[in-house]
Design a protein around this ligand. Structure first.
Ligand code: NAP
Length: 230
């Protein structure tokens, strides 16, 4: 990553919640900047970035613009997850309202490799519809993306979540795997094999953190229903 060194130290707000945002905060602090990372507060026990941290929504674009002005930030960097669209839209509006410059650091999507068996879809509903009757499905999706699959009583779901759900899931046939994805494709492949997975469903999030499951599916020649972002 190129150096972020500036002539004068700056006060920088990072919209975070990703591994890339953690690395960016570390680098900017090392370069002498005063850095605050903002987290939405979705994860119970998040990895804490270097520098200052604030947690929770701003109250829309206006709230974010006020926060930027009141705290005297020199610039803002959007390093949020590529599927976190609302905060990125708010960042654009808040930058326009406050006059505080915005940089976007959104990771590129994964590219299909020749031996990948991907079916690309645009929506969660389309992903649910793409599953064949009797499939054993690994859902690598956050809690807020699961409802579209609950009606598929003819499939068995293995659902990976970082934190346990606050309310019971309404799936007829499912089991939970709690924890973060492994970075080692072998471990991801072992998990998929141990559960007899026939289909993987995930979003095309890009970045290294979730890519091991894509490699694992490739090695096992498993079909992947992949939800593309717009
Ligand atoms: P979202 O739909 O774009 O945002 C919904 C609301 O949550 C925003 O309007 C904002 O509330 C608040 N928010 C989101 N990110 C925030 C941040 N970094 N700091 C302060 N407030 C934030 O976001 P999301 O998809 O729920 O994702 C939430 C966070 O989780 C993001 O920081 C993202 O980087 C991280 N994350 C998301 C995913 C994913 O799959 N979506 C995956 C991994 C990590 P106000 O309008 O009140 O300001």
């Amino acid at each position: 990553m190129p150096s972020e060194k500036r002539d004068a130290p700056q006060k920088i707000l990072i919209l975070g919640g990703t591994a890339e945002a953690l690395a960016l905060a570390e680098q900017l602090v090392a370069d002498g900047h005063q850095v605050t990372t903002s987290l939405a507060g979705r994860t119970v026990d998040p990895v804490m970035p270097v520098g200052a941290v604030r947690i929770g929504g701003f109250g829309g674009a206006e709230g974010l613009a006020s926060y930027l002005r009141e705290e005297g930030f020199d610039r803002m960097i959007d390093a949020t997850h590529p599927f976190a669209r609302r905060i990125s839209e708010n960042a654009i509006k808040a930058s326009a309202m406050s006059g505080i410059p915005l940089e976007q650091r959104l990771r590129p999507r994964w590219q299909k490799q020749p031996s990948d068996r991907w079916k690309a879809v645009r929506t969660l509903t389309a992903a649910a519809d793409a599953l064949p009757v009797g499939a054993t499905v690994f859902l690598a999706l956050g809690r807020q993306y699961l409802d579209a699959f609950a009606g598929r009583n003819d499939c068995r779901f293995v659902i990976r979540m970082v934190d346990p759900p606050e309310t019971p899931l309404v799936f007829a046939n499912h089991m939970l795997v709690l924890g973060k994805p492994a970075s080692d494709p072998e471990r991801e492949a072992d998990l998929l094999t141990a559960h007899g997975i026939t289909h993987l469903v995930c979003r095309n999030s890009g970045g290294p953190a979730g890519y091991a499951k894509i490699i694992a599916a490739r090695r096992l020649a498993l079909p992947v229903i992949i939800i593309e972002r717009d």
